[in-house]
Design a protein around this ligand. Structure first.
Ligand SMILES: O=C(O)C(=O)Cc1ccccc1
Length: 302
C-alpha cells in the first residue's frame, strides 16, 4: 500500500482527484501544495496529488513553482474533475459577511456571489475545505467548497452546483520521485520545464523544435525565475510520450538549446485524446530516417 499525500484537508477537490487515481492507498491530507510535494521529497509519502491547472483560472502557480524546486518529481498520472461548487454557511442564521475559499474557487463564483451574497466579503483560504473548517470554527460566515465537503463538515447548505462558467474543469497530477515511467498509450502527455536565456527569439526557437516535429503543445506557462526581470522558466506540456522516437528527438533538441531542461513526466491523458500526427512526423518516419542515414553511412544506399 502506498502513502499518497494530497492537498487537503479532507473534503478538497484534490482529495476527490486522489481517490480516482489510487486504489487501496493510504491518503494523507496535507495543508498546502508545497507541503504535499515536500512529504514526497522527504520520503514521508510515496506520491503527491495536487492540482496543476484549471480551465477557467489557468495554472496553479504553487504547483509549477514546487515542480521547479530542487529534487525532481515526475507526473505519472493525471485526473480531470468537473468543478462546480457548494456554498456552506454557519448554522446559527446570522448574516453572512465573509465568504472564504481557495482563490481559484472564489474567482469562479464571483458573479454568483455578487448576485446572491452581495454584502459578503470574499476571503482567501488555503483550500476550499480549509474554508469550511474556518466556518465551523467561527472564523468565516460561509465557504465555497467541493460538493463532498458537505459530508465532512456539518454546515448549512446554501447552494449547490454553483459555477459562473459551466463545464469548468481542473486537472490534477500524481507526482512521484523519478523511477519507472508509465507505459505509452498513444494518448499521452509529456511535461517539461525549460530555462532559456534572455535573448531575442529563445522561446520561439524552443517552440519551433516542437512545431517542426509536428508535436502539439497543450499548455505553455511562464513563471519568473525569481531572479532578474525578463528571466523565465517555461512550463510546457505536449502530446506524446518520451518513449516515442519523435518525442525523444524533440527532447534531445530542446536539451541542446536550453540552459536547463527538466523532464516532468510522460503519462496517459485523462481525456484519452490521441496524439495528432502530422504527415512525415510519425514515429516510423523518425526511425526510418535514422535507419536511412545509417545505411548511407555504411555505403549501402546512395
Ligand atoms: O481547494 C481545493 O479543494 C482544491 O483542491 C484546489 C481547487 C480549488 C478550486 C478548484 C479546484 C481545485
Amino acid at each position: 500500500m502506498s502513502r499518497i499525500a494530497y492537498f487537503g484537508p479532507q473534503g478538497t477537490f484534490t482529495e476527490q482527484a486522489a481517490r480516482t487515481l489510487t486504489v487501496d492507498d493510504e491518503l494523507l491530507p496535507v495543508e498546502t501544495i508545497p507541503a504535499a510535494l515536500a512529504a514526497v521529497r522527504k520520503g514521508e509519502a510515496d506520491a503527491a496529488c495536487v492540482p496543476v491547472e484549471n480551465s477557467v483560472e489557468g495554472p496553479v502557480t504553487a504547483t509549477l513553482d514546487g515542480l521547479a524546486e530542487q529534487e525532481l518529481l515526475v507526473a505519472v498520472a493525471e485526473a480531470l474533475l468537473p468543478v462546480h461548487f457548494t456554498v456552506l454557511a454557519r448554522t446559527d442564521g446570522e448574516p453572512i459577511r465573509t465568504v472564504a475559499s481557495h482563490p481559484h474557487a472564489l474567482a469562479q463564483v464571483r458573479q454568483w456571489l455578487e448576485v446572491n451574497l452581495p454584502d459578503a466579503r470574499p476571503v482567501a483560504a488555503s483550500s476550499t475545505a480549509a474554508a469550511a473548517v474556518g466556518v465551523r470554527q467561527g472564523e468565516f460566515d460561509a465557504a465555497v467548497t467541493a460538493p463532498v465537503a458537505a459530508e465532512h463538515y456539518p454546515l448549512r447548505v446554501l447552494a449547490t452546483e454553483v459555477a459562473d462558467v459551466r463545464d469548468a474543469r481542473t486537472r490534477f497530477l500524481l507526482l512521484k520521485p523519478p523511477g519507472e515511467l508509465p507505459e505509452p498509450t498513444g494518448a499521452d502527455r509529456t511535461s517539461i520545464v525549460a530555462a532559456a536565456a534572455n535573448r531575442t527569439g529563445t522561446l520561439a526557437e524552443l517552440l519551433t523544435e516542437l512545431a517542426t516535429r509536428g508535436i502539439n503543445l497543450t499548455r505553455l506557462d511562464a513563471r519568473p525565475t525569481k531572479g532578474n526581470f525578463g528571466e523565465y522558466l517555461f512550463f510546457m506540456d505536449f502530446e506524446g510520450h518520451i518513449s516515442e522516437p519523435r518525442i525523444g528527438d524533440a527532447l534531445a533538441a530542446l536539451r541542446r538549446r536550453c540552459s536547463g531542461l527538466r523532464f516532468l513526466g510522460s503519462h496517459p491523458r485523462a481525456d484519452q485524446v490521441a496524439a495528432t500526427i502530422q504527415p512525415g512526423a510519425a514515429n516510423d518516419d523518425f526511425t526510418g530516417a535514422v535507419d536511412w542515414v545509417a545505411a548511407v553511412r555504411r555505403g549501402e544506399l546512395a
